[in-house]
Design a protein around this ligand. Structure first.
Ligand code: PMP
Length: 369
């Protein structure tokens, strides 16, 4: 047997506060139709693949040297992209990038959270927010949403005033429920927050609501907008997340980031992918149209569907969501049980994948009525 096979977690001197916790664990199963992790279902176009390969080939000649620690060229490209979609005058100094927005969020928690500090989110939301809080020993407070999962801004302000958190997490559009938060509501939360407000816009491109980036000039000491290339950009495997904030926030994050955290390969690949933004984001409109079609079809089957501004749908109701999830899987369709009573979440796929999902849904509707 392998060395250490007889030892389990209980035998380790693990931090007491991590004992009994579960890691992030979206199942990675080999299933024909995978609609469970909110990726873009369209593979990158051949020109993008060629450009990534060529760019990576070029930098491979310099692999004996560390990468640009500050990823300045990439941050400039991200600033140009975000300027284009938001109309806000951003420079490279406003942008920061890391290996997925999960790393961005972790760096934020390391710099602005930590022992003795508190972060507050509005549940149900992205499951990694409390997990990163736990990893950085930031106390986590979960405030509620409305019964329809939308964010009640007045109640949110009251929760912020009650708990005075060092960090407030707002996900817009919210994962796993789908609704975006209007700018006016964000303004109320920002005005009430004593510290940082992290606006997680991982699904921003799928929403018609304006980006919170527009509020950066108004709240430079509080607002951090986190984004990712994992969803609309079809770059989940490339691992590139980023944020927009005041340059001072970026300076603060440099105190906790590991040097050379973004490899020369990732920087080159991400820059290449950004040169094909138009082609990649061409799929967004198609996915939004499919979202509306699937939502209507699910309603037609008698399901209740939560309004979504993202590339996924939360739907139900199921007496036994775990059994319904398994029934989908038996039909070769992998969706997500996010632990919300009576509901499951499906990621909008290609029309062919969505048809397979809807066919499975007909059977599930009949069996789990
Ligand atoms: N934020 C939200 C709301 C997400 O749903 C996800 C991915 N599921 C992330 C952040 C992290 O994505 P990544 O690390 O791939 O950028």
């Amino acid at each position: 047997s392998i060395p250490g096979a007889e030892v389990d977690l209980g035998a380790l001197t693990l931090r007491a506060d991590l004992r009994g916790k579960s890691p992030y664990g979206a199942p990675q199963l080999d299933v024909a139709v995978r609609l469970n992790t909110n990726e873009n279902p369209y593979p990158p176009p051949p020109e993008l693949v060629a450009d990534v390969a060529e760019s990576v080939r070029e930098v491979a000649a310099h692999l004996h040297r560390y990468p640009d620690r500050d990823a300045l060229a990439l941050r400039g490209d991200l600033a140009a992209y975000l300027r284009g979609v938001t109309g806000v005058e951003l420079a490279a100094a406003n942008l920061w990038a890391a290996n997925g927005s999960n790393e961005v969020l972790q760096q934020i928690m390391q710099a602005f959270g930590g022992p003795g500090r508190t972060a507050l989110g509005f549940a149900p939301s992205y499951s990694m927010h409390p997990i990163i809080a736990a990893g950085t020993r930031t106390e986590w407070v979960a405030a509620p949403r409305r019964a329809d999962f939308s964010l009640d801004a007045a109640a949110a302000v009251r929760a912020i005033e009650e708990h005075r958190p060092d960090i407030v997490f707002v996900t817009s559009p919210n994962n796993p429920t789908g609704q975006a938060v209007p700018l006016d509501d964000l303004r109320l939360l920002l005005a009430a927050a004593p510290g940082i407000v992290v606006l997680d816009e991982a699904y921003g491109e799928f929403s018609a609501a304006p980006s919170g980036v527009r509020l950066l000039a108004e709240f430079p000491t509080r607002l951090i907008v986190s984004r990712t290339m994992s969803k609309a950009f079809a770059f989940a495997g490339g691992r590139l997340g980023y944020l927009a904030a005041a340059p001072a926030v970026v300076d603060a994050l440099q105190l906790v980031r590991l040097p050379y955290h973004l490899s020369v390969l990732v920087q080159a690949a991400a820059r290449a992918a950004l040169r094909h933004t138009e082609a990649t984001l061409g799929s967004v409109a198609a996915l939004v149209a499919e979202r509306e079609r699937v939502a209507a079809a699910l309603s037609g089957l008698g399901f209740s569907v939560v309004h979504s501004d993202a590339n996924f749908l939360l739907f139900g109701r199921f007496g036994d969501p775990a059994a319904a999830w398994q029934a989908y899987l038996d039909g070769d369709v992998l969706i997500r049980d996010v632990g919300i009573p009576g509901r499951l979440r499906m990621t909008v796929g290609t029309p062919v994948e969505n048809e397979a999902f809807l066919r499975a849904s007909e059977e599930v509707a009949a069996r789990f009525d």
